[in-house]
Design a protein around this ligand. Structure first.
Ligand SMILES: [Zn+2]
Length: 116
């Protein structure tokens, strides 16, 4: 089932653009993600072309009790000019400080182990 994220109308399979507002329809399952993203103050704390790295950071932040959202540009048909980072890591505004600390920790550990 496809849903317009702006009108909240549901459409049958096969329709890609909302006839009402011309917005691209999203999958019903993606709508929840979309709503979470727009209702909270999410802040971009990290970008990487390495999905595994983002996945690892996401796991660390989530196990620390932070809410994490990952946005990937591979879902988009056209790449955004000037932005080649494919995966974005977002946390809530209140969590930015601690998230950056955790990320810094991980990166320090990574650079230490790669020196060996
Ligand atoms: Zn619409």
């Amino acid at each position: 089932m496809s849903v317009c994220p702006y009108c909240n109308y549901e459409y049958v399979e096969g329709i890609a653009i909302c006839p009402d507002c011309s917005s691209p329809l999203v999958d019903e399952n993606d709508l929840q993600k979309f709503e979470e993203l727009s209702e909270a103050d999410w802040v971009l704390v990290y970008t990487s072309g390495d999905e595994l790295e983002i996945g690892m950071l996401k796991g660390i932040l989530e196990s620390a009790g932070l809410k994490v959202n990952v946005l990937s540009q591979k879902d988009h048909i056209l790449p955004v000019p000037g932005d080649l980072s494919v995966v974005k890591l977002l946390v809530r505004k209140n969590d930015v400080g601690s998230a950056l600390n955790y990320i810094q920790d991980v990166r320090n550990r990574e650079s230490e182990s790669s020196d060996e």
